[in-house]
Structure formats: C-alpha cells, structure tokens
Design a protein around this ligand. Structure first.
Ligand SMILES: NC(=O)c1ccc[n+]([C@@H]2O[C@H](COP(=O)([O-])OP(=O)(O)OC[C@H]3O[C@@H](n4cnc5c(N)ncnc54)[C@H](OP(=O)(O)O)[C@@H]3O)[C@@H](O)[C@H]2O)c1
Length: 212
C-alpha cells in the first residue's frame, strides 16, 4: 500500500518505520525537507512536502500536534484539497495541561478533521505511546494488542485494519466516528497513567482477553 505521512516526528517514525518494514511504500511529508529526508533515509523510504504526502497515500497518517492541524489542513486546501475522499488515519491527541482535552465538550479531533477535509477518517493508534508502536510484533507477550478503530466508512476501516495487522496487532472495531471522541477522552485519561509509570500496554486488555 502507498502510505503518506503528514509529519516527521515520533509517531511518523514509529508507525511509518513499522509499515515500511512490513513492505508498504511510505512517503514522509514535513515542513522541514531536511527532517523528512533524514527520516526517509533511516527507513529506506521517500520524502516530500506535506502536500505530497497528502496526495501520495492510499492511506494518509496525520501525525501532527493537534494545535497545528487546523492550519495545516487549511493550507492543504481544506475540503477541496487532496485529502477529500481519502483514507486518513487520525492518531492525534488534543491533550493539554493537566492531561485535559483541548477540544473540551465540542466535536472531537477526528470529527473536526473529517469535517475540515471531507476525508474518510479513522481514529486509531492514538491510545498508546510511540515507544509501543516501535516494537516489533508481538508487542505484548501475553497476547496481541487490540487497536480500537472508530470510523464511518467500511472500506476505510478495512484499509486501516490491514495496517493494524501489519504491526502484529488486531483491529478492534469500536464504532463510528461519533465514538472517536470517547476514545480521545479515554486516551487523555490513559496518558495521565503513562506519565505515572504504568505500562500502557496493560491498560487495555489484549485481543484474546477481549474476545474470550
Ligand atoms: N508520541 C506519542 O507517544 C504519541 C502517541 C499517540 C498519539 N500521539 C499524537 O500524535 C501526534 C504526533 O505526535 P508526535 O509525538 O509524533 O509529535 P512530534 O514528535 O512532536 O512531531 C510533530 C510533527 O509535526 C510537525 N509540525 C508541528 N507543527 C507543525 C506545523 N504548524 N506545520 C507543519 N508541521 C508541523 C513537526 O515538524 P517539525 O519537526 O518541523 O517541528 C513534526 O514533524 C500528536 O497529535 C500526538 O498527540 C503521540
């Protein structure tokens, strides 16, 4: 699969690196050409601009700080831009001081991104830190990790499900995009626990436990 990644930071490297290792073609798009090229060199993939990453992917991972998202999406053309109709994986966490959601009680991040772009958004991978996603499978000795997915488009969910399986994890359908705000709020809670030293992989049960 061709995967465009918007961003060249920790999540871009963690997920993009694993997907590259699984045989996908990844284009890292950054506002810094040097950072995109360095990441492409480390992973044996290609580099480009933010717009080139948006237009490259059969799936596009949005891996930016949430407070940068609105400006970047607008600069990419918003709902008339290259993300319209595309599968977009939203791993962002709109979490600020005190591990509180900066989206408050309004629409969550994933819904806002879908409305801003017309993309087929799937919320995924936001609930665990990049250090977990960097691990080669199996990422949890007791069982494969379940990765909750929230989205409205069946084909998009199938595409992201493939990307989950290629990390050695198991997709856990978790409802439509209207459920993504709950995953985002749950993650704000989990992040508080990561920061007090809990192993985040144990905070949600592995797939075998979910289905037992
Ligand atoms: N790290 C984790 O453990 C983790 C886990 C789950 C979810 N997340 C979420 O995933 C997202 C990415 O996190 P991360 O840890 O990968 O962040 P990061 O390492 O700080 O990387 C952020 C990337 O966004 C780019 N960026 C920042 N502001 C920008 C702007 N105004 N225009 C264009 N590009 C901009 C940065 O570019 P420069 O390098 O040029 O500054 C960098 O490439 C966040 O929403 C975060 O909450 C993170």
């Amino acid at each position: 699969m061709r995967i465009g990644i918007i961003g060249t930071g920790n999540m871009a490297e963690a997920l993009g690196g694993r997907w590259a290792a699984a045989g996908h073609r990844v284009l890292f798009g950054g506002r810094s050409t040097a950072r995109a090229e360095a990441l492409a060199d480390r992973t044996g993939q290609s580099a480009g601009t933010l717009g080139e990453a948006a237009a490259f992917g059969e799936a596009v991972l949005l891996a930016l700080p949430y407070d940068a998202v609105a400006g970047v999406l607008a600069a990419l053309g918003g709902a008339d831009g290259p993300l319209r109709g595309r599968v977009v994986v939203d791993c962002t966490n709109a979490v600020g001081a005190g591990f509180r959601l900066t989206t408050g009680t309004g629409p969550g991040a994933a819904r806002t991104i879908a409305d801003a772009t017309g993309a087929r958004v799937v919320k995924a991978f936001n609930h665990l830190p990049d250090s977990v996603w960097r691990l080669p499978p199996p990422a949890l000795a007791e069982g494969r990790l379940a990765v909750p997915l929230c989205g409205d488009d069946a084909a998009a969910l199938e595409t992201v499900g493939t990307l989950v399986r290629d990390l050695g994890c198991v997709p856990l359908p978790a409802g439509g995009l209207d459920r993504a705000a709950y995953l985002e709020a749950t993650t704000a809670f989990l992040i508080g626990l990561w920061h007090t030293g809990h192993d985040p992989r144990t905070l949600l049960p592995p797939f075998e436990a979910v289905t037992a």
